[in-house]
Design a binder for this molecule. Structure first.
Ligand code: ATP
Ligand code: MG
Length: 310
């Protein structure tokens, strides 16, 4: 089976602001049907890259393709298939949510009836129906955020870029966002999402691309990170002393923390083997789980304890 054409591809992308190099060399590939997480500390270059993909900023050099087109050379072609949700919602505050969606649909040349229907659908999908006819300036931050997402989806784009979409959303809206992005990916869309909320990204993303100081420093599937990463695990048993002794007998080096023990393991397979061994040694194990999420562990291994890391 051949790999699908990427929905977004960047090679060696560079962008400077005066003397400051914001993007030094970014490589990124995002495929249709997948959510790709763009991860990195503050100032890493995520928004700059997304602006380039969204045709709002030009790269100094490098190769960029969105839906097969170069955003610098064919911005209109790119915009037709692109949904863009910026990190802050600048809009026509006196218009209502419904008017904004219908206006944006018209800008994308969606026929009027269809635009009206699409606006209605999105208002329902994003739980904005009750607020649809109120001016946007009365909406709360989270409600504006949801409207921003509706606006990005109005012309049914095949590539969707979201910069910190979960910021300002309440827990229920975050869960809904996650489900919505998964549903969009299942429809075959290419989704790129930047966020600092790693636990959340881990649940919605298929792959993560790690950037730091304008460079791509790694990319990995979330499934691989989950299974193959060496990470800290926490174990608990009915009798903590018995657990520690059994771990020592098995040649492990447990760190006692309260009534639990933490150890470093290389993979899920190693954890499974250890659990079986402990149980066969009569340890009444109650918990064995990674201390941190896979993405969080990867993040810390990439960026360490750099104070710039948020
Ligand atoms: N218009 C600009 N002029 C000068 N410098 C800029 C400009 N836009 C971004 N930068 C710089 O480029 C670097 C990357 O910024 P960018 O906004 O892309 O980071 P980010 O990864 O999105 O960070 P955050 O997680 O805080 O949103 C930063 O050091 C920033 O100060
Ligand atoms: Mg940013």
């Amino acid at each position: 089976m051949t790999a699908p054409e990427p929905g977004v591809q960047c090679r060696n992308v560079r962008r400077t602001f005066g003397k400051f190099t914001a993007l030094e060399s970014i490589d990124l590939t995002a495929f249709p049907g997948q959510v790709t997480a763009l991860v990195g500390p503050n100032g890493a270059g995520k928004t700059t890259l997304l602006l380039i993909l969204a045709t709002l900023l030009k790269a100094d050099s490098g190769d960029v393709r969105v839906g097969g087109f170069d955003p610098a050379k064919d911005p209109r072609k790119v915009r037709e298939q692109l949904g863009w949700m910026p990190d802050s919602f600048g809009t026509y505050e006196t218009l209502t949510a419904r008017e904004i969606l219908e206006f944006v649909a018209a800008v994308y040349r969606v026929p009027k009836d269809q635009g009206r229907e699409r606006a209605e659908e999105l208002l329902t999908l994003l739980f904005l129906s009750d607020l649809a006819d109120r001016p946007v300036h009365v909406l709360s931050r989270g409600q504006k955020q949801r409207l921003g997402l509706a606006r990005a989806l109005v012309h049914d784009p095949s590539v969707v870029l979201l910069d910190e979409p979960a910021a300002g959303l309440d827990p229920r809206s975050r869960i809904e966002l996650r489900t919505l992005l998964r549903d969009l990916a299942a429809l075959g869309k290419t989704i790129i999402v930047s966020s600092h909320v790693l636990a959340e990204l881990e649940e919605m993303a298929d792959r993560a691309v790690f950037v730091d100081r304008g460079r791509t420093i790694g990319e990995e599937t979330i499934a691989h990170l989950g299974r193959e990463q060496n990470k800290q695990w926490r174990l608990r048993a009915l009798d903590p002393t018995e657990l520690l002794n059994a771990l020592l007998r098995l040649g492990r080096d447990p760190k006692p923390i309260g009534d639990s023990a933490e150890i470093m393991l290389d993979s899920d397979a190693e954890a499974a083997e250890l659990i079986a061994n402990l149980v066969s040694h009569g340890v009444q194990l109650t918990t064995c789980a990674p201390v941190a999420g896979a993405l969080e562990t990867a993040y810390l291994s990439f960026y360490g304890n750099d104070p710039a890391v948020s």
